[in-house]
Ligand binder design. Structure first.
Ligand code: PXP
Length: 263
């Protein structure tokens, strides 16, 4: 099933079919495998190979694979992206800064989705969303070029209705709401979930699909699923960390199981 066909078929005559959740939404999971490449680069080795990791991720039932091609190529490199494009059976998402070099490369490789993120050289990982209210216009040309190449464009933003509306005005297909603050504070501060909910509610009128990502794990993802905030989930670190003990395919399968149960 395409990860963008969210509705369950209504015809399955099973126990599920007579439950009131028959038409519940199936949420898609794209697994970020940057951390596999980080491990490879720690020894400047040829393994572990993110291309092999992607196959395991697909075996575990993921709907897609995400990589962040950084300008400094600190983990994922051009070869990884090109091979992933050729070998993935599910969707490829590339996170990147909206630089001319990156846009040119993507219009050649043509991943299914590009997620534009702000990139700071000194950061360990992406920390905040792009401020579209202040600086969105600077992205217009990149968004147009990517869309003309048939690539779905997602913008990684902090979760406010104003940022979601600005993404709609720019012609984005998807917004990825930054769950960093939520993931750090969710257990103590219920307002952080409300913040995500309010931002997601603005997506309908803005005409964009909602994804979420950053810092999500096997526990904090549950309230987000139950609130039905997003159609797509971009999760990396928690899954790869669990994979150290359980293996990658089972770690992905467990996340998919949680998504299924709580959808
Ligand atoms: N979404 C974006 C835009 C990211 O930059 C990252 C981290 O690479 C993720 C999702 C995944 O975050 P995590 O690895 O914390 O699950």
């Amino acid at each position: 099933m395409s990860p963008y066909a969210y509705e369950r078929p209504a015809f399955a005559l099973t126990i599920v079919a007579i439950s009131p959740r028959i038409r519940r939404t199936v949420r898609s999971l794209s697994v970020n495998i940057d951390h596999i490449a980080t491990l490879r680069q720690a020894r400047r080795e040829s393994f572990p190979d993110p291309v092999h990791a992607a196959a395991a991720v697909e075996l575990g039932g993921a709907d897609g694979v995400t990589v962040h091609l950084r300008q400094d190529r600190r983990h994922i490199n051009d070869r990884d992206v090109e091979l992933l494009r050729q070998t993935l059976k599910t969707e490829l998402t590339v996170e990147m800064a909206a630089s001319d070099e990156m846009v040119r490369f993507m219009t050649r490789v043509r991943p299914d989705q590009v997620t534009l993120v702000p990139e700071v050289k000194t950061e360990v990982t992406t920390t905040s969303g792009i401020d579209l209210v202040k600086g969105g216009r600077a992205l217009s040309a990149s968004i147009r070029r990517l869309k003309r190449a048939g690539i779905r464009v997602s913008l990684f933003i902090d979760p406010t209705p104003a940022q979601v509306e600005a993404a709609g005005d720019l012609g984005a297909d998807v917004v990825e709401l930054n769950t960093d603050r939520y993931s750090r504070g969710w257990a103590k501060d219920a307002a952080l979930l409300d913040e995500l909910t309010r931002a997601a509610e603005a997506a309908g009128t803005a005409g964009v699909l909602v994804h979420v990502g950053h810092g999500l794990d096997y526990r904090n993802v549950v309230p987000v699923l139950e609130k039905k905030i997003a159609a797509g989930y971009s999760i990396g670190f928690a899954i790869v960390a669990r994979a150290v003990f359980s293996g990658l395919a089972p770690a992905v399968a467990e996340m998919k199981r949680i998504m299924e149960v709580h959808s």
